[in-house]
Design a protein around this ligand. Structure first.
Ligand code: ATP
Ligand code: MN
Length: 460
């Protein structure tokens, strides 16, 4: 029986049960041992009470923190204050011992930095158990939300021959010999001899292909890994992260904002309803404000302002920002957090950014200088979602591609959707780890993905 089910079922008192898991702690004396066992199904442990004289000494010696064991016994009411039920052990199997001199996870108090160095074992800590269960619940809720709302899960390619942002540093995918690649007459690499017959990279976003899906199925979403070779060593950036990208035909920017707000609230409510024990644990251990911050999102209607208004607000604020603001500059996290945490004291959606700082595919406004982009800003992390209404006009889109000197010939298929049965459409990207970061209240994005990929770091 999984420990989660066992702890729920008081009815099982007096029955014979068997649990399997890893020893968190062992207390007691020569005669009687109290073993706290965890199997990852819940943050809680079940206590096994083991009468040492009933088992061989050699076997009992192997029951130490970190060991993997199975305990058979009778489920009884516990006299202790910490738990209501426990197992009176009758059978004991040790699957794997863990030498106390070398097992790195002794009791409590390891720093998160240290745990990153033992990412192969950190899922066995309370913190990472909680984070990984919440991460799972959110992933499940994402699929449920879209499925319940008539969206289709579209699988966009991981290997691409195009770059959605037109810039962005990408990881190259190649089978060419790094030491001795085939060269063209001018000394540059001849990619026509590469595996795909052209230069290919790991995707930075599934959006462009997502749009193709939306212009046929009306509502789609992607949920897959994306890669960015940007050398940003921040607590909010990974080189490999997961992104959720809904894309909807017949949605204008307002519908896009409504969806983003409803979606985020749904996910946060889902976590509050389904991950309460883990959230309580994280609140107690790391962040007293956690539950309050999550409720704050649910209780407030997101403030919707234009970029121009945001810049006015920031200029008026009298704050001394590290990066000064003026119309035309991209908003930094410090600006975003100021708007959300101080100025509006609500989540904020900023729209209509200067076209020069946004991607080529965003729908151009009448004013000729802004585009219908939208960023959703959250407390503590700043941008959690970036999206836009897409430019559906063939000529305008082509003009913009030329202005920015993007490789038009690589985008022929994207442009062609505007030539045949084009439609107004919108979409956005939610960074999955940014969401998990927000919901768990953890401080570093490397602690909300099992095996983080970051500059100079691809261990495990
Ligand atoms: P930022 O300005 O924070 O670097 P961005 O503008 O590059 O973000 P987009 O290209 O709009 O982000 O990507 C969509 C979403 O993906 C972002 O809103 C964010 O939640 C997430 N995201 C972007 N880059 C990363 C990264 N390196 N690691 C984790 N999540 C990311
Ligand atoms: Mn970025």
């Amino acid at each position: 029986m999984r420990i989660k089910e066992l702890l729920k079922s008081n009815a099982a008192i007096g029955t014979k049960v068997e649990v399997k898991g890893w020893v968190r702690t062992k207390r007691g004396n020569k005669n009687i041992n109290f073993v706290a066992l965890n199997d990852g199904s819940t943050i809680h442990t079940i206590q096994a009470v083991i009468d040492a004289s009933a088992f061989p000494e050699d076997l009992m010696k192997q029951v130490t923190t970190g060991a993997c064991i199975a305990v058979k016994g009778i489920l009884v009411q516990s006299p202790g204050k910490e738990q209501s039920i426990e197992i009176q052990a009758e059978g004991l199997v040790v699957y794997g011992s863990a030498n106390p001199d070398t097992y790195p996870l002794q009791k409590k108090g390891h720093s998160l930095e240290f745990l990153r160095e033992i990412a192969h074992l950190r899922p066995r800590t309370n913190t990472f158990g909680a984070v990984l269960r919440i991460r799972h619940a959110l992933a499940f809720a994402i699929h449920k939300y879209f499925n319940d709302n008539g969206f289709f899960y579209l699988h966009t390619p991981i290997i691409t021959g195009s770059d959605a942002e037109g810039a962005g540093e990408m990881f190259r995918v190649t089978t060419l010999d790094a030491k001795n690649p085939p060269l063209l007459g001018d000394g540059s690499v001849n990619f026509s001899e590469d595996f795909f017959g052209k230069q290919t990279n790991l995707t930075v976003s599934g959006q462009l292909e997502g749009e193709l899906g939306a212009l046929a199925l009306s509502r789609i979403y992607t949920f897959g890994p994306t890669f960015r070779a940007e050398n940003s060593n921040t607590p909010r950036h990974l080189a490999e992260f997961w992104m959720i990208e809904p894309e909807m035909a017949f949605y204008e920017i307002k519908d896009n904002m409504d969806l983003a707000e409803d979606f985020l609230k749904y996910l946060i409510r889902y976590a509050l309803d389904n991950c309460r024990d883990d959230l309580e644990f994280l609140r107690k251990m790391y962040d007293e404000e956690l539950i309050a911050r999550l409720s704050f999102i649910l209780e407030n209607r997101f403030e919707r302002i234009t970029y121009t208004k945001a810049v006015e607000d920031l200029e008026k604020s009298g704050e001394n920002f590290e990066f000064p603001v003026k119309w035309g500059v991209d908003l930094q996290t410090e600006h975003e957090r100021y708007l959300v945490e101080k100025f509006y004291a609500k989540p904020v959606i900023v729209t209509d950014y200067p076209k020069a700082i946004k991607a080529f595919y965003m729908k151009q406004n009448e004013d000729g200088r802004t585009v219908r982009g939208m960023d959703v800003l959250f407390p503590k992390i700043g941008e959690i979602i970036g999206g836009s209404q897409r430019e559906e006009d063939y000529e305008k889109l082509k003009m913009r591609i030329r202005e920015l000197q993007l490789p038009e010939k690589d985008l022929w298929w994207y442009l062609e959707t505007r030539l045949f049965g084009t439609a107004p459409h919108s979409g956005f990207g939610l960074g999955f780890e940014r969401l998990v970061l927000f919901v768990t209240g953890m401080g570093n994005i490397r602690d909300v993905i099992p095996f983080p990929r970051a500059p100079k770091n691809a261990e495990f």
